[in-house]
Design a protein around this ligand. Structure first.
Ligand SMILES: NC(=O)c1ccc[n+]([C@@H]2O[C@H](COP(=O)([O-])OP(=O)(O)OC[C@H]3O[C@@H](n4cnc5c(N)ncnc54)[C@H](OP(=O)(O)O)[C@@H]3O)[C@@H](O)[C@H]2O)c1
Length: 352
């Protein structure tokens, strides 16, 4: 039984960590932190958990976290970096949901996260495992510091990884269009995340320099074995949960449909969570956010466009589960030797 502490447990991803880990048979949650709600029952902030736990929030501190074997950090970017070195040195395993340990290049934090100077712990950056289980499974075994990937990065990378690995990416950067629901902004969003501004919304944001570009390029470059750049534009849309990404990849020679299936199966054939959705019949023939919500499932799909020598790729995930808490628990399961899907066996709900 692993003793787990969730730091930042009052937020959206913290709430999802609680929901998932309460169903995990190898975990005892020994602390859940919140500065604002310390002393309060967690179900008062996460009403879906009423009846499932009598846990109360506690004030966040390193001392409290050190009572656990494993700490999940669900903190804003720039906060985790204050916690990780001390926890890591003390031998506590850390799963960080922020971006603070995702990028290998210390200087990238200046460009993409506007830090005033390069990352202060370049050694820890090298030790951190990028926690995308399907692409880093071997490194995750026994890992002590895991940087859980960003939500839109997760969908984009998993969607394009087979093309990167099997040499389909040309010098023309793939174009990735992403759509994301309001929970992507966290529980303390800005004014544009209020209902009046968010309802009916379909709008781009950070259209040419979104932070997730850095980790998407880092991972696709690693897989392709040469520098990959992507054109990435996210959009806020009127859903609470979910991410849908569409990738447009212009290729020199169009692969056959059989090849495409082969590439995806070669990479993901043994995955418990990845479904390739490309069907000729039925009411949902390509990935659809609707059929992954509340789960750690990734639905991937593709279509071929011989007119333009274009491969179109699709991914649908739940940003809070596969894009954050679920992926963190999947990585934790691999690191600690639990079945990879422990705590994550939910079947998507429908109709929804
Ligand atoms: N939302 C998503 O879809 C998503 C997906 C992937 C990754 N992420 C990343 O996951 C992290 C958490 O995101 P979220 O959406 O859960 O954010 P959130 O809803 O805003 O929650 C942030 C949490 O951090 C706590 N916190 C904030 N500042 C703190 C500080 N200085 N010291 C201690 N605790 C502090 C807050 O608690 P109190 O104020 O109550 O103390 C709250 O529990 C972020 O780095 C985010 O980028 C989010």
């Amino acid at each position: 039984m692993k003793k787990v502490c969730i730091v930042g447990a009052s937020g959206f991803t913290g709430g999802e960590l609680l929901r998932i880990l309460l169903q995990h048979r190898g975990v005892e949650i020994v602390c859940a932190t919140s500065r604002r709600f310390k002393g309060e029952y967690v179900y008062r902030v996460h009403p879906n958990l009423r009846g499932f736990t009598q846990l109360k929030f506690v004030e966040p501190s390193i001392d409290v976290a050190l009572k656990a074997d494993v700490v999940f950090l669900a903190l804003p970017h720039g906060e985790s970096v204050k916690w990780v070195p001390k926890l890591y040195e003390s031998g506590v395993a850390v799963f960080d949901l922020s971006a603070d340990f995702r990028l290998k290049d210390p200087n990238a934090y200046v460009e993409w996260y506007k830090w005033p100077q390069p990352h202060p712990y370049p050694d820890l950056l090298q030790k951190a495992v990028y926690g995308q289980p399907e692409l880093h499974r071997d490194e995750l075994v026994g890992a002590k510091l895991v940087a859980v990937p960003g939500c839109m990065a997760t969908a984009s990378i998993l969607m394009l990884a087979p093309l990167a690995k099997f040499g389909l990416l040309s010098d023309t950067p793939p174009v990735v269009d992403a759509k994301i629901g309001s929970s992507g902004a966290g529980a303390e969003g800005s004014v544009v995340d209020l209902h009046s501004f968010r309802t009916y919304v379909v709008r781009p944001y950070e259209p040419v320099h979104h932070r997730h570009i850095a980790e998407i390029e880092q991972e696709l470059t690693r897989l392709a074995g040469r520098k990959v750049r992507i054109a990435f534009t996210p959009h806020a849309v009127d859903i609470v949960r979910g991410i849908f990404t569409t990738g447009h990849v212009y290729v020199e020679k169009l692969p056959s449909e059989t090849d495409m299936w082969r590439y995806y199966r070669a990479l993901y054939g043994d995955s418990k969570f990845i479904r390739i959705v490309k069907d000729r019949l039925g009411i949902s023939r390509y990935p659809n956010v609707k059929y992954v919500l509340g789960t750690n499932i990734v639905d991937l799909g593709f279509e071929l466009d011989p007119r333009l020598n274009r491969v179109v790729t699709f991914a649908a995930i739940d940003n809070l589960v596969r894009g954050a808490a679920g992926q963190a628990v999947q990585a934790f399961n691999i690191a600690m030797g639990f079945p990879e899907d422990e705590g994550l066996r939910q079947i998507p709900i429908a109709p929804l």
